[in-house]
Design a protein around this ligand. Sequence first.
Ligand SMILES: [Zn+2]
Length: 296
Amino acid sequence: MLLCVSASLQAAPRPVRPIPAIERVVIISIDGLRPDRLLLADTPVLHAMVKEGAYTFWAKTTAVSITLPSHVSMLTGVTPGKHGIEWNDDLPLSTIVYPYYPTIFETAKLGGYTTAMVAGKSKFSPLTKPGTLDYVFLPEKNLDADSLVADEAVKAIKQIKPDLLFVHFPCVDRAGHHFGWGSSEQLTAIALADVAVGRVLAALDEAGVRQSTFIIVTADHGGAGKTHGADDARSRHIPWIATGPGVRKNFDLTQLADLELRTEDTAATALYLLGAPLPMYLDGKPVLSAFDNVTK
Ligand SMILES: [Zn+2]
């Protein structure tokens, strides 16, 4: 387990946020969650978020549709060809290779925010550049229960109430590789992931910060058969469900025919809400259509 809690990072003055009522951002990724499976599974927490927020079940992950490159795109706002993390394993190297572009954790730290990442797979180390995260949990071996990730996310919220938190649940993908996307076993895994998301939301409630938090639930890819990959619509489509102050209620973003939501937009939206400058190199754009009263 890699765990660090750093109190020594210097806090800078915070930028002006465009929606002041949003004080923090939580991004939850359910690995391998294909949107139609989410809708079929017993997912009361996610269904409640849909009613409470803006959503689409037609968002798109990266063209490669695999875990590590797609998560790095989700958390940097640039495509795999630009961020350079194009492999999908723990590399047998003595030093960790980091993306060519800053993660949202790095940018948020520069803005004086506290940052945390809790992930269920060991290969996420390229997202842990020193000095960018106040709190990190990475397992030595991939976790085999999303409840274990929820335990760690709850700890992170209790300990530091991070302004930017990323949580990764691995077991829907695991069920897909073992039993298949479309299997009943995977529906069971999705129901358990829903419970785990509910525990994160409850921890935010308990910490008294849920009402000032923007939350996105999304995924890194879907799948078909027992695998996932490039050029397959079943792998490429991901859910994107957002809730928080100022977010449109029960709003299906596919009402906007011109909006094609991509995983890089998750990073851009987080940066926008934290008042960070949006660099020209970003491939993502903030999903302004998810909000009431924001100039689109
Ligand atoms: Zn994955």
